[in-house]
Design a protein around this ligand. Structure first.
Ligand code: ADP
Ligand code: MG
Length: 693
């Protein structure tokens, strides 16, 4: 197919590009002609968004289009140099002013047609200070007719909006012709049903929309395509899991589950019962479970997981519990040992830094099957730990436990069940997008009798009073966390700030109390030792980095002081707050912020204890990348889809994908061929993970 070959050629060979510009385009993620064609404008300007110059009034934030009639660099008394240009349209004239950017004198020429956007103010007459500008046409070049919509593209160093726009416009007809020759990957029937334009049409409207409404229709179609492809991958993965993977059907033996249930000192919540029902149904089936268990901190996930693990053990299989850190593994070990007291279950803890002999003994027990419940970090699957008969892996707080990691658990063609636990509540649209191949259970109810944590925001200047309060609480027998944030992703600095705080507190402010320090760089034994002393109550104040973020459960700790709160995401703050309020006493979360007033996001945090509400706010404020943290990889990178706005589209994509895979799992029918081919070429890597094609 010559057409598709055209589209897949390196962008360098597109007319007007060449090697230098290809390098600049690569910075925008554009490698091929196809990528160029899908380079999305970040906004549009047209008659409805552009204000006639005569109507620009001080106080407005507006866009205008005009021809440069005069320009120059103007020095000010304070030495700052301004570039100024006067632009004109059919209605009038206005001055544009760029403080401190005299170099624009070389970029902008008399006679150029400019699109400028920014605040309008009054300064010896009306003036606009462009935040953004685009040269729509050079002097002498024809300007598009009135009523045209101008796409404004994300630009990069060495390549301006205008150059990108020109490259795209100059090649558009030819590229669209190549698209025309290809089959649309969204089958016609589906396009008709969902009222989506053909790819060729959408791409034309993307770059040359007759109106803003057409531009939005184009975006919607291309957004659908992104969501649809991802949902097809998930649908395919679920199909694989259901039809082609061999799992273990666990019986209801009840020799451990029943006595465990009877020994619990509390009643399960309704949510716990419901979720246990969902997990139990998965476990009874002869296909592997792939389930995400979501529940706010303290909602009782560990107990639920324990039921599942006991079911596996009473079926003569082994269960493994993997935590993100040694600290949490230690804590799980302690809790589980206590909860299982009196039940005949052999629990083995595999720890980093174990003595060789001790480690060999543990590994042998795991390999022989004597170890029934194995607790360790995620390294359990990375290392060469051999299980005799692994039946269930419970993964705590590892949101991106991907397919390839799951495959490592496979033994002799049989996939153990996998239960992923997460205390980070995520909105449903995100769950469908990021964990679309998992079934999701939600614990949306806290055990009764919890007292809500009192959250207060305090300026740093109030620190002395905050520590007076800490002292009072300690005098009443309570324990306290003081947490310091990660500083710019640097663990070293992170450790330093906690260490300095520790020295200050232990030698000065709280010299009369028992203060200890814990952070991720300490040797495992030392950390374990500190944690053990905190659990025993022989430490009053624990200064830490975010290592205590997840999972730690110490009911007597009632005060959480969070330093440098601006640096935490809301969801992370919520996680931290979950470390207190776990006992009968009233608990406090004291958030210290720098600056004069608390940022609005902290006010949101203080106003609610609902993890889902906080997650939604966090997502709104920070966007998806930051929501999951910079270190998380493998997130789908959408150019067109916006998960908040396109939730309806997402559900359509999911339903469409599910029905296509149900009818034609191999995407072999003629109307699905283009789709199958696209998945195979564009998403080869992911498909490999899902064992497809
Ligand atoms: P999560 O892992 O979801 O943060 P945990 O499973 O650690 O929560 O449970 C938090 C605490 O609540 C634990 O001390 C646990 O024993 C207790 N707990 C769990 N379920 C219940 C329940 N139904 N009623 C009372 N307490 C419970
Ligand atoms: Mg837990």
């Amino acid at each position: 197919m010559p057409g598709s070959r055209d589209l897949d050629r390196p962008v360098q060979y597109v007319k007007g590009v060449g090697p230098r510009r290809a390098e600049a385009l690569a910075k925008l993620g554009i490698q091929t002609a196809r990528d160029l064609l899908r380079h999305a404008p970040h906004r549009y300007e047209d008659a409805t968004t552009v204000t006639p110059i005569a109507r620009l009034a001080p106080g407005m934030d507006a866009s205008a289009i005009g021809v440069v009639v005069s320009k120059g660099v103007i020095p000010t008394r304070r030495g700052l140099r301004f570039f100024q240009a006067v632009i004109r349209d059919s209605s009038g004239l206005i001055e544009c002013s760029w403080p401190g950017q005299p170099f624009l004198d070389r970029t902008i020429r008399k006679g150029d047609t400019l699109l400028v956007s920014g605040p309008v103010r009054f300064f010896h007459g009306r003036q606009i200070q462009p935040r953004e500008f685009t040269v729509l046409a050079r002097a002498g070049e024809p300007v598009e007719e009135e009523g045209t919509v101008f796409p404004v593209y994300p630009a990069t160093a060495n390549l301006t909006h205008r150059q990108i726009r020109k490259i795209i416009q100059d090649n558009l007809s030819e590229l669209l012709a190549a698209v025309e020759e290809e089959e649309d990957i969204v089958p016609q029937r589906l396009r008709e049903k969902l009222n989506l334009p053909h790819a060729r049409q959408a791409l034309e409207w993307l770059h040359r929309p007759p109106s803003l409404a057409h531009a939005e229709e184009a975006r919607r179609r291309l957004a659908f395509e992104e969501l649809f492809i991802l949902q097809l991958l998930y649908a395919r993965a679920r199909y694989e899991n259901r039809e082609r993977r061999e799992g273990i059907a666990f019986e209801r033996v009840n020799t451990l589950v029943r006595p465990f249930n009877n020994s619990l000192p509390f009643q399960l919540t309704e949510a716990q019962k419901r979720v246990l029902g969902e997990i139990s149904a998965d476990m009874s089936a002869a296909r592997p479970m792939n389930r995400l268990l979501q529940g706010d901190v303290g909602s009782g996930k560990t107990v639920v997981a324990l039921f599942a693990m006991l079911r596996v053990i009473e079926n003569d299989y082994q269960a493994a519990l993997m935590a993100p850190t040694e600290l949490l593994a230690e804590q799980h070990h302690a809790t589980i040992t206590e909860l299982l007291d009196g039940l005949p279950v052999k629990v083995v803890r595999l720890r980093g830094g174990m003595r060789a002999a001790e480690r060999r003994e543990a590994l042998e027990a795991i390999q022989s099957g004597a170890a029934q419940l194995v607790i360790g970090t995620h390294a359990l699957i990375q290392e060469t730990v051999e299980f005799q008969r692994l039946g269930l892996a419970v993964i705590d707080e590892q949101h991106r436990f991907g397919v390839h990691q799951r495959l490592r658990l496979r033994q002799a063609g049989v996939d153990p069940d996998v239960l992923i636990m997460s205390a980070t509540p995520i909105p449903r649209s995100l769950a469908l997008t990021f964990y679309g191949d998992l079934d999701v259970s939600v614990l949306d109810e806290l055990p009764p009798g919890r007292r809500p944590v009192k959250t207060v925001l305090r300026p740093e200047s109030a620190r002395p009073r905050v520590f007076d309060f800490v002292r009072e609480q300690v005098a009443e027998g309570r324990q306290v966390y003081v947490v310091h944030p990660v500083i710019e992703e640097s663990e070293t600095l992170d450790v330093r700030s906690a260490t300095e705080a520790y020295e200050q507190l232990s030698q000065d402010t709280l010299a009369d109390l028992r203060v200890a320090l814990i952070h991720g760089r300490m040797p495992a034994e030392e950390k374990d030792d500190v944690m053990r002393r905190f659990v025993e109550g022989s430490i009053d104040v624990l200064v830490s980095t975010t290592v205590i973020e997840v999972g730690i459960d110490i009911p007597n700790a009632t005060v959480m002081v969070i330093e440098g709160a601006e640096r935490f995401g809301l969801s992370q703050l919520h996680q931290l707050r979950g470390r207190v309020g776990r006992g009968a006493e009233l608990s406090y979360c004291i958030v210290l912020y720098s600056g004069r007033s608390a940022p609005q996001r902290l006010a949101i945090f203080a106003s609610t204890l609902d993890g889902f509400e906080i997650a939604r706010a966090d997502l709104r404020l920070r966007g998806i990348g930051d929501f999951f943290g910079a270190r998380q990889h493998g997130l789908p990178d959408f150019s067109f889809a916006d998960l908040e706005r396109d939730e309806a589209l997402l559900h359509m994509a999911r339903d469409a994908a599910a029905s296509i895979i149900a009818a034609d799992p191999g995407l072999e029918r003629p109307e699905h061929r283009a789709l199958g081919a696209a998945l195979r070429t564009v998403y080869r890597e992911r498909l490999r993970l899902y064992d497809v094609g």
